[in-house]
Design a protein around this ligand. Structure first.
Ligand code: SAM
Ligand code: SF4
Length: 340
């Protein structure tokens, strides 16, 4: 079918990128993402079906969405994920399917995912030390993550992106180890500023501080020209500021939703595990897509989604929110529900 009119918001931004949380469940309980007791999980019948996701994606693909990122919770704990990726990769117009995973189950799934058409993988890893990994995730499994990273490299994933959140007093002394790790395995490691979502508050270490620390150790650490046009990042900030070294293929990036946000270029939408559309990570408003998918005609679905898209804010207001007395969190949900 010919591409129909693009999905454009009221600020003239073409929406081309959809992040889909396929589950709110997770095999870890990262301290900055979920409370130790876990969160109230959705009942199975409240989770959006693969069928509904596939139809939604194919409607949007007809209107210019070409990138889909699968996330969670932990996407690899949802049954049938490989078959789902395979079907997703067959949707005309979808040229890039990626996944964000904690990597614990990656060594078991990565070959199947690759064959199914998963193009890119981001692995979240916040410590290189087993004891710390356990403290942060409240579970073990670091060795499995390492195995998954190595296997992904062997299969042909390149680059492999690592997402690292530094938390003051817990893992902020591992900056040099992370850089050495990236250099050893030619990884693209991105430090992401911690975001107080869901009330798990700790102090954020800003990107600039990390950048300066690395520069004090690696004198050839320098900005890669043009990297700020890299429209491929995890959060509302579409700009990863990427740095390299003279003697290594490793890339160290900074994703700075707090200190440098670039909402003006935001071209993404989020579909939550319950099947709600979220227009911005930091606004709690959600729109029920499962209900809209009750419409049989794809173009009616599109028109309804398009009406919702017009409500997409030009930029988030978390900095203003954060200044208010009693501020605890930017969003009411925990990250595992929204998908990061
Ligand atoms: N379970 C998968 C994982 O951990 O990669 C996918 C879902 S997780 C919610 C997606 C990303 O969100 C991870 O890279 C994680 O580090 C990040 N994340 C979760 N809570 C965060 C927070 N409060 N601030 C910054 N990043 C966060
Ligand atoms: Fe699970 Fe990912 Fe959240 Fe950690 S960040 S608890 S791995 S969903």
């Amino acid at each position: 079918m010919d591409k129909l009119k693009p999905l454009t918001d009221s600020h003239g931004r073409n929406i081309t990128y959809l992040r889909v949380s396929i589950t709110d469940r997770c095999n870890l309980r990262c301290v900055y993402c979920m409370p130790e007791s876990g969160v109230n999980l959705l009942n199975h019948d409240e989770i959006i079906s693969y069928e509904d996701i596939l139809r939604f994606v194919s409607v949007l693909a007809n209107h210019g969405v070409n990138k889909v990122r699968i996330t969670g919770g932990e996407p690899l704990v949802r049954r049938g994920v490989v078959g789902f990726i395979e079907r997703l990769s067959k949707i005309e117009g979808i040229s890039d399917i990626s996944m964000t995973t904690n990597g614990v189950l990656l060594d078991k799934f990565v070959l199947g995912l690759y064959d199914a058409g998963l193009k890119r993988i981001n692995i979240s890893l916040d410590s290189l030390r087993e004891d710390r990994f356990h403290r942060i995730t409240r579970f073990g499994g670091l060795q499995s993550v390492f195995n998954g990273i190595k296997l992904a490299g062997k299969i042909g994933y390149n680059p492999i992106k690592i997402n690292t959140v530094l938390i003051k007093g817990i893992n902020d002394d591992e900056i040099e180890s992370f850089v050495n790790f990236a250099r050893e395995f030619d990884l693209n490691l991105r430090f992401i500023e911690y975001m107080p979502v869901g009330g798990n508050i700790t102090e954020t270490i800003m990107s600039k501080e990390i950048e300066e620390k690395i520069r004090s150790i690696f004198s050839d650490f320098s900005l890669i020209a043009g990297s700020q046009n890299n429209n491929d990042n995890a959060y509302e900030n579409p700009v990863s500021k990427d740095f390299g070294f003279k003697d290594s293929n490793a890339i160290i990036g900074f994703i700075s939703p707090l200190s440098e946000h670039f909402c003006g270029d935001c071209n993404r939408l989020r579909l939550t595990a319950s099947g709600s559309l979220r227009l911005c990570l930091f606004y709690d408003n959600e729109y029920n897509i499962r209900e809209i998918l009750g419409e049989r005609d794809d173009e009616v679905v599109f028109e309804k989604v398009s009406d919702i898209i017009q409500l997409k804010q030009y930029k988030h207001n978390f900095n203003e929110k954060a200044k208010k007395p009693g501020f605890l969190s930017w969003a009411n949900n925990f990250m595992n529900e929204i998908g990061g």
